[in-house]
Structures are given as C-alpha cells and as structure tokens.
Design a protein around this ligand. Structure first.
Ligand SMILES: CCCCCCC[C@H](O)CC(=O)SCCNC(=O)CCNC(=O)[C@H](O)C(C)(C)COP(=O)([O-])OP(=O)([O-])OC[C@H]1O[C@@H](n2cnc3c(N)ncnc32)[C@H](O)[C@@H]1OP(=O)([O-])[O-]
Ligand SMILES: NC(=O)c1ccc[n+]([C@@H]2O[C@H](COP(=O)([O-])OP(=O)(O)OC[C@H]3O[C@@H](n4cnc5c(N)ncnc54)[C@H](O)[C@@H]3O)[C@@H](O)[C@H]2O)c1
Length: 309
C-alpha cells in the first residue's frame, strides 16, 4: 500500500484556510475515467491506488496508462527520450492496484470514485468505505450527473464530501468541475480545488445542481441530436459533420456518444428520466435502448452508433 501523507497547510496567505493536501489517492473504478485520472495523478507525483472488481480489468487499465503515457512523452520529451523514459518510470511507480477498496483506504487522503453511473451502487460503495477510511479522508465522486448530496447521504462525512467531475479523455481535457454541496466544508472544497490544480487542470466551481455546468448544456444537445436522427431529419453522419464543420466541435454528437459510452449515456438518461418523468427530453430513446441491449456500447466494445473494428 502506498505511504500515508496528511499535511495541514499552515501559514499560507491570510485568506487561505487549513486544508488537507492530497498526496495519496484511492481511485475506485479502473475504466476509462478512473484509469485516466490515475494516469494524470500519478504523473503529477501522487501515490495512486487504483481499485476495480477484478485483476483483468486492473491489468488492462495499467497497460492503458502506460500506453497513454508513451503518447504524452512522445510530445513532451520529443528531443529527450531518456528523460521521457524516466518520466514514465516515475509515474508507473506511483501506481498500485487492488481489488479490495476496504483494505487500501486506511492510508489515503482522497477516495475518488469513478464506477458505474448508478446511485445505489455508488451509495453502497461510499457507505461501506466511510466506516474504514480515516477521519481526515475526503470522499469525491466523478459522477456525470447524479446528485452529490444524494451520493454523500450514505456516509457520515457530509462536510468531507464533494464532486470532482473530469472529462474524457482525462489526460487531454483541461477542465475539472469542482462541486460543493450545501454541507461541503470550505476546507474540503479548497483541498479538491488544489488537487485539481496540481493535476494541471483548470477548475470551475459548481453548485450541486443537475448536470453541474457542462452536462446541463451537453445533455440536451446530445439528446436532441438522437431525436433528430430518430425522426429521420438527418443521417448520423451528416449531423456529426454539421456540428464539426458548422460549430468547430472536435467530434459530432454521435461520435462523442460512442466515445463517452452508450451504457453510461443510458444510465445518465435513465437517472434524469426518473427525476423528470414528465419532461419529453428524457423520454426513452428506442435507438439508444436497442444498441445498449445488444451490448453495443460504443468505442469500448467496438461498435455503437459506428463500427470501430
Ligand atoms: C446523454 C448524456 C451525454 C452526456 C455525457 C457526459 C459525459 C461526461 O460526464 C462528460 C464528458 O467527459 S463529455 C466528453 C468531453 N470530451 C470531448 O468532448 C472530447 C471531444 N474530442 C476531442 O477533443 C478529440 O477528438 C480527442 C482529444 C479525443 C482526440 O483528438 P484527435 O485530434 O481527434 O485525435 P488524436 O490525434 O489521436 O489526439 C489528439 C491529441 O490528444 C492526445 N491523446 C488523445 N487521447 C489521449 C489519452 N487518452 N492520453 C494521452 N493523450 C491522448 C493524442 O496523443 C494527441 O496528442 P498530440 O500532442 O496532439 O499529438
Ligand atoms: N465516460 C465518460 O465520458 C465520463 C466522463 C465523466 C464522468 N463519467 C462518469 O465516471 C464514471 C465512470 O465512467 P467510465 O466511463 O469510466 O465507466 P467505465 O464503464 O469505463 O468504467 C467503470 C469501471 O468501474 C468498475 N466498477 C463498477 N462497480 C464497481 C465497484 N463497486 N467497485 C469497484 N469498481 C467498480 C467497472 O468494473 C469498470 O471498470 C461514471 O459515473 C460516469 O458517469 C464518465
């Protein structure tokens, strides 16, 4: 298990508050997001323990992190291959893995969750870890759009609970939404803000409102694109081209959906639909349901709206 570091910042500027300096991080969920966050945290000098349900997933995650670090190094150390190798070596040394979250949280400053987008599953995870993690440990969720307040309600550390919403792919996307509930303490918020900055990200401060900032605007856009396609008003290819060339977006809505993962997209939609049953925007999508029921989750399974094999 990685070493324990827990510092209280003192003697900063007069406006600064005491907060936990996050050095030792437990990331639960080694999928797209968890592995990406682990990569960035490890390469910025944090001791990271990545947790998932089985060894195969963790092996794949670690292999992916190493592969992506090579991409980073190719550009960052273009003229200094030895320094690049050293950078990768140091980052990889900072990563350890476990299939037992309970046994690794004792020495951690932050438990950051990036598991399936399901309220009950996230509550069960945090409820269990709350009894095992030290008092100073901060809990945070990378949920796309579930309420942080609802997730935190399974714990007794409401003041040490917040949201850290990263974007996919984490090593490339520069934003982190830092979310405070009405119970999140200023110290916890500052710790989460500083941690995100240490990762080299730009932060925005969000209240715990549905979809925070980005997804509150992105969700209606993507869902409208799906409806447009379902109505036959345009092909998915043309809608994607339209948004890329008409708006300068790097991906069209269907490419982006495949990139996010259609399983995750359906989880998000179902959550919003349950919370807003009368809003037609969140009504079930036949096309999305069919693809998900066929196991076509997008890029990660080789097929979604498009084929990747
Ligand atoms: C209904 C619900 C819907 C809501 C969904 C919400 C989901 C969620 O909550 C919010 C999100 O995340 S929303 C999603 C938000 N996300 C978006 O909106 C993403 C939109 N898409 C994009 O920004 C671009 O298409 C990409 C950056 C993905 C790829 O760029 P490209 O030009 O097509 O292809 P490229 O040339 O291959 O890569 C370019 C550079 O990136 C580098 N690189 C890539 N992956 C890497 C990795 N894993 N590691 C390290 N590096 C990585 C690569 O090496 C290269 O570096 P170089 O130094 O330039 O050589
Ligand atoms: N995909 C995106 O673009 C994106 C962007 C921002 C936020 N998010 C959010 O991040 C979270 C993860 O998304 P993802 O795309 O990485 O999903 P993913 O399916 O790629 O990975 C989820 C991982 O969590 C693991 N997992 C599930 N339950 C677990 C448990 N109880 N304990 C340990 N591990 C468990 C799974 O085995 C899987 O490896 C979701 O809440 C999602 O909404 C996703």
């Amino acid at each position: 298990m990685a070493f324990l570091t827990h510092h209280i910042c003192r003697g900063l500027s007069s406006s600064a508050v005491r907060h936990v300096v996050i050095k030792n991080v437990t990331i639960i969920g080694g999928g797209q997001m968890g592995a990406g966050i682990a990569q960035v945290a490890a390469s910025t000098g944090h001791a990271v323990t990545l947790v998932d349900t089985n060894e195969d997933i963790l092996k794949k995650a670690v292999k992916g992190i190493e592969g992506n670090l090579k991409r980073v190094v190719k550009k960052k150390f273009a003229d200094k291959p030895e320094a690049g190798e050293e950078f990768i070596g140091k980052a990889m040394q900072n990563v350890s893995t476990s299939t037992d979250a309970g046994s690794v949280v004792q020495g951690t400053d932050l438990v950051l969750e990036a598991i399936v987008e399901n309220l009950k599953v996230k509550q069960d995870l945090f409820g269990g870890l709350d009894k095992l993690a030290p008092a100073h440990t901060i809990f945070a969720s990378n949920t796309s759009s579930l309420s942080i307040t609802d997730i935190a309600s399974s714990t007794n550390r409401l003041d040490r609970f917040g949201g850290l919403h990263f974007f996919n792919p984490v090593p490339v996307m520069r934003l982190v939404e830092v979310i405070a509930t009405s119970s999140t303490s200023q110290e916890t918020f500052d710790s989460l803000l500083n941690f995100s900055k240490m990762l080299g990200k730009t932060t925005v401060s969000c209240k715990d409102t549905p979809g925070f900032m980005v997804n509150r605007l992105l969700l209606p856009y993507i869902l409208d694109a799906v409806r447009m396609y379902e109505r036959g008003d345009g092909s998915k290819e043309d809608i994607d081209i339209a948004m890329k060339l008409g708006c300068g977006y790097p991906m069209g809505p269907f490419e982006l959906s495949d990139y996010v993962g259609l399983d995750t997209m359906k989880f998000i939609m179902d959550g919003w639909s349950a919370a807003n049953p009368d809003n037609p925007m969140f009504a079930q999508s036949e096309v999305l349901n069919k693809l998900v029921s066929e196991g076509k989750f997008g890029k990660k399974t080789g097929e979604g709206f498009y084929k990747y094999k």
